[in-house]
Write a protein that binds this ligand. Structure first.
Ligand SMILES: Nc1nc2c(ncn2[C@@H]2O[C@H](COP(=O)(O)OP(=O)(O)O)[C@@H](O)[C@H]2O)c(=O)[nH]1
Ligand SMILES: [Mg+2]
Length: 406
C-alpha cells in the first residue's frame, strides 16, 4: 500500500534532522555544520487520529498501525533532506539530490528557524539576526526554478509535438512531469491559476513560464511551514510575520528539540507523554537529575505555556489531514466483530484521499478483492454500500466479494 510521503525541507540548521528524529524516534546525525545530513534519511512517522475503538466500545489490536489511549497512529513516510542552499537548482551543493527527493514527496514540511538563529547561508548566528521569511522565499524560489528549468528544457520538444499535432499540451506536460508526483489535475489547476489556459504554449514569455512553474509548485507540493525553535526568545514575532506573509499557508509553531526531549524521557520511563498531547506528566520527580528537572521546566515554560504543544505531531497531522485531505478508513472482514480473518479487532487503518471510493479501498487491499467485489457494508449501520460509495473519515467497512473472497 502506498504510504503518504512527507518531505522535510528547509535551510541547514533549521532543525530538520531534530524534527525527523523526534517524529521517528530514530537516531540520525544532528549537527551544526552544512551538509551534516548527506543522504536523505527515510523513516516512519505517524499521523494521529481519534480511533473508532472508543465509539464501538471495544479493545482493538491493530496490525498496520498503533492505538494508544484511544488515538490511532497511522504510519507515514518521512524524508529528511539535506539542507538546501541558494543555487541548488543549478546543481550547487547537494541541490540535485535535494530536488530529486523533494519530487518524491506528496506534501512538504518546510522547517524554518523562527528565532532567526541562522543566516541566509544556513550558518548559526545569534538569535534575531536571521530572517525566516526570507528563508522561506529563498527555498520556494529554488523549487520554482527547478521546475522552470525542467519546463524550459523540454519547451522546444513540446512545441514541436504541438505543431505536428502528435500531442496536446496537458497530456504532454502530464507525461513530462509524471515522475515528480505531479498529476494532470495539478497541471490543470496551475494553468488556471496562471491564467494561461487560452494562450498558446509557444507564445508564453519566460515570465509566464516562470509563473506557471511557481503555481505548479504551489499546487503539486502543498506545504506546511514549521516555525521551529519557538522556545527561543524573540521567535514569536517571526512566527506572526510568517503567518501574515504566507497566508493561507498553514504556519505551525514548533519546538522539535522539546519533542525529542519528551519522547526520549518517555521511552526512559521518566514522563507520561503521547505525541500530540497538550500535556505531559512527570512520573517520579524525585528520581530526576537536576539537569533533567531543568530541561523539563524549560519545556513547560518555553513551549507548553507558549504554544500548548510541541507542534511536531500537529504539523504532520495538518499536512496529512488538512492539506492532503486524507480520511482514516478501517477495513474489516467481519462487520459485527470488527475483526480480520484471524480475529484481530480493527486491525488496519488506511489513509485514503478525499473522494476515494470503497472500490479504491478494495484496490488498496488487493486487486483480486477489487475485481471480485460485489458491494460493501458499513459496519456502523450495516447498510449496503455500492462500489462507488465515497469513503468518509472513520468509516469501518467490510468488502463483500464473490467466490468466497473478502
Ligand atoms: N532551541 C532549539 N534548538 C533547536 C530546535 N530544533 C533544533 N535545534 C538545534 O538547531 C541545530 C540544528 O539542528 P539540526 O536538526 O541538525 O538542523 P538541520 O540542519 O536542519 O537538520 C542543533 O543544534 C539543534 O539542537 C528547537 O526546537 N529549539
Ligand atoms: Mg539535518
Amino acid at each position: 500500500m502506498p504510504t503518504v510521503k512527507i518531505g522535510i525541507i528547509g535551510k541547514t540548521n533549521t532543525g530538520k534532522t531534530t524534527f525527523f528524529n523526534a517524529a521517528t524516534l530514530l537516531r540520525a546525525e544532528v549537527g551544526t555544520y552544512p551538509f551534516t545530513t548527506k543522504k536523505p534519511n527515510i523513516g516512519i512517522g505517524y499521523a494521529r487520529s481519534f480511533c473508532v475503538c472508543s465509539e464501538f466500545n471495544i479493545k482493538d489490536n491493530p496490525r498496520n498501525s498503533i492505538c494508544i489511549r484511544g488515538f490511532r497512529f497511522i504510519p507515514v513516510e518521512l524524508i529528511d533532506l539535506p539542507g538546501l542552499i541558494k543555487g541548488a537548482w543549478m546543481g550547487k551543493g547537494l541541490g540535485n539530490q535535494f530536488l530529486t527527493v523533494a519530487s518524491q514527496a506528496d506534501v512538504l514540511l518546510h522547517v524554518v528557524d523562527a528565532s532567526g538563529s541562522i543566516n541566509q547561508a544556513g550558518e548559526l548566528v545569534a538569535p534575531g539576526i536571521g530572517d525566516p521569511v526570507q528563508d522561506v522565499l529563498d527555498i520556494e524560489e529554488e523549487l520554482n526554478m527547478w521546475l522552470y528549468k525542467i519546463l524550459e528544457g523540454s519547451r522546444a520538444r513540446i512545441i514541436k509535438m504541438l505543431e505536428s499535432r502528435t500531442a496536446r499540451l496537458i497530456p504532454a506536460l502530464t507525461q513530462l512531469l509524471s515522475g515528480l508526483k505531479i498529476t494532470r489535475a495539478h497541471i490543470e489547476e496551475a494553468l488556471k491559476l496562471s491564467e494561461l489556459n487560452d494562450k498558446p504554449f509557444e507564445k508564453w514569455s519566460q515570465d509566464e513560464l516562470k509563473l506557471f512553474a511557481a503555481n505548479l509548485r504551489k499546487v503539486s507540493k502543498p506545504t506546511v511551514i514549521v516555525a521551529n525553535k519557538i522556545d527561543i526568545k524573540g521567535a514569536e514575532e517571526n512566527y506572526e510575520r510568517l503567518i501574515e506573509v504566507f497566508k493561507p499557508t498553514p504556519v505551525i509553531p514548533c519546538s522539535a528539540e522539546a519533542e525529542l526531549a519528551l519522547r526520549r524521557a518517555e521511552s526512559d520511563g521518566l514522563v507520561e507523554y503521547l505525541p500530540g498531547d497538550e500535556i505531559f506528566k512527570v512520573l517520579s520527580y524525585d528520581q530526576l537529575s537536576e539537569r533533567q528537572k531543568a530541561a523539563l521546566k524549560y519545556v513547560t515554560e518555553r513551549v507548553f505555556e507558549k504554544i500548548s504543544m510541541t507542534g511536531v505531531q500537529y504539523a504532520i497531522d495538518v499536512a496529512v489531514f488538512k492539506l492532503l485531505r486524507m480520511n482514516v478508513v478501517y477495513p474489516v472482514e467481519d462487520e459485527n466483530k470488527l475483526t480480520d480473518s484471524k480475529g484481530n479487532i480493527l486491525p488496519d487503518a488506511f489513509l485514503m484521499p478525499q473522494g476515494a471510493t470503497v472500490y479504491d479501498l478494495a484496490m488498496e487491499i488487493h486487486s483480486d478483492l477489487a475485481n471480485t467485489m460485489l458491494y460493501a457494508i458499513d459496519a456502523r449501520t450495516k447498510i449496503r454500500l455500492p462500489k462507488d460509495y465515497i469513503l468518509r473519515d472513520r468509516d469501518v467497512i467490510k468488502i463483500v466479494a464473490a467466490a468466497g473472497r473478502g
